[in-house]
Design a protein around this ligand. Structure first.
Ligand code: NAD
Length: 382
């Protein structure tokens, strides 16, 4: 029997929509031990909130997110606000006895992330989750299974880049361009995802950031209050190199100004026996190269990851090759959260605050490496 899971949400824009859709869709496509109930939503945008709540099926709305902490009926709080608010809101919710599902990056700063991790660790009966949604594309989850099964042998390279091109000079000084709100720019936004994907798929951990470069190309942007220009205080692009504990080497690149790449989240792994590659702009595909194949026919295999019986999550969706999209990753994650809160196993491992803190440490090491212009061993970043 499925028991209700009462949810509070903070934030009603991009992620607010993605998450509201996910909570609505999850029980329609998955058999879940807990039934999401969209109870209370909070956001700043008061004029839009009522319409938002109605459209997405939230029972109530409030302008003060603390009302969610005080509402005893709410079991799980979902946070989709700017990065500087994650720590204050997540810690308040944990202290109020709630489970928390927080957007990535875990926080804008390592200090905030550490505080969140400390409180989460103490609250043993409460669960934490971080919305690293790309893990939940069938192709990415399959890549993890293939690496774990030894299909590419011993890992030698990780090559990840996440390129976007929306961040040109005409874009105003949104919170995403302000260090006090975002922590960093393309780095925390995009490198966070590919560091998580690399750690998830490889099962490996970064031992050292060997070097990094951070660049802000657009130094001033139009202020949102119309009062002229304001300084952008975050990076537009960050590149860094890593060595993993296994001895594999990695490269990571994030940019918001890479024209022609709208959401090009790509990762390639090369091992002693073969390779795997994924490109989110073709998200239903995983490419596999087996170096042991007959040389006459050896080549990249294009795997359409939509076979219900063989590929993660797909049995819950459509017939073979009826392809999935961006929102399905969030629905898959909402379903996994409901499973875990109902005492069941998730289909794909769910990152908690501890896990996301490890990703945040790598991000911090890269920023330090760029600033100090030197290698940073992970042992120096705690
Ligand atoms: N997983 C992903 O792929 C993905 C994609 C985009 C954004 N994100 C992350 O999601 C988070 C939110 O990003 P977004 O793009 O949805 O931002 P957004 O600007 O579209 O929305 C932010 C929301 O937070 C609300 N908010 C701001 N301050 C608040 C406060 N004090 N109290 C209550 N609500 C408040 C705003 O009203 C707004 O509804 C960020 O951490 C971002 O990094 C993740």
């Amino acid at each position: 029997m499925s028991t209700p899971l009462s949810i509070g949400l903070i934030g009603q824009k991009f992620m607010g929509r993605a998450h509201s859709n996910a909570w609505n869709q999850a029980p329609r496509f998955f058999d879940l031990p807990r039934q999401p109930h969209l109870e209370l939503v909070s956001a700043l945008d008061q004029r839009e909130l009522k319409t938002f709540a109605k459209r997405w099926g939230w029972s109530r709305f409030t302008g003060d997110w603390r009302d969610i902490a005080e509402d005893e009926s709410i079991e799980l709080v979902d946070i989709g606000t700017p990065n500087d608010l994650h720590a204050e809101q997540a810690i308040a919710m944990l202290e109020a006895g709630k489970h928390v599902a927080c957007e990535k990056p875990l926080a804008g700063t390592l200090e905030d992330a550490r505080a969140m991790r400390v409180v989460a660790k103490k609250r043993k009966r409460q669960k934490t989750f971080v919305w690293f949604n790309y893990r939940r594309c069938a192709a990415v989850a399959l890549a993890q299974q293939l690496v774990a099964a030894g299909k590419i042998g011993v890992l030698q390279h990780v090559r990840a880049s996440y390129l976007q091109d929306w961040g040109g000079p005409d874009v105003p000084l949104l919170w995403r361009f302000q260090e006090k709100h975002a922590g960093s720019g393309a780095h925390g936004d995009l490198n966070a995802h590919i560091v998580d994907m690399a750690r998830f798929i490889s099962g490996d951990e970064v031992k050292e950031v060997n070097g990094a470069v951070a660049k802000t190309f657009v130094k001033e942007r139009k202020r949102l209050d119309g009062k002229g220009l304001g300084r952008s205080t975050v990076d537009d692009a960050v590149l860094f190199l890593t060595t993993f504990k296994s001895g594999a080497i990695g490269s990571f690149e994030a940019s918001r100004v890479a024209h022609g790449n709208q959401n090009k989240n790509t990762i390639e792994l090369n091992g002693t026996l073969g390779s795997l590659k994924f490109d989110f702009e073709d998200m239903n595909l995983l490419w596999f190269y087996d170096a042991r194949d007959d040389p006459k026919t050896r080549g990249w295999r294009r795997i359409m990851c939509t076979a219900a019986e063989h590929h993660p999550y797909v049995a819950n969706w459509w017939p073979d090759a009826h392809v999935l999209g961006y929102e399905h990753g969030f629905v898959n994650m909402a379903a996994d959260i409901c499973k875990v809160l109902g005492g069941k196993k998730p289909e794909v491992a769910l990152p908690d605050f501890e896990d996301a803190y490890q990703t945040q440490r790598v991000l911090e090491a890269a920023l330090l490496a760029a600033k100090e212009r030197c290698a940073i061993p992970m042992s120096q970043v705690r």
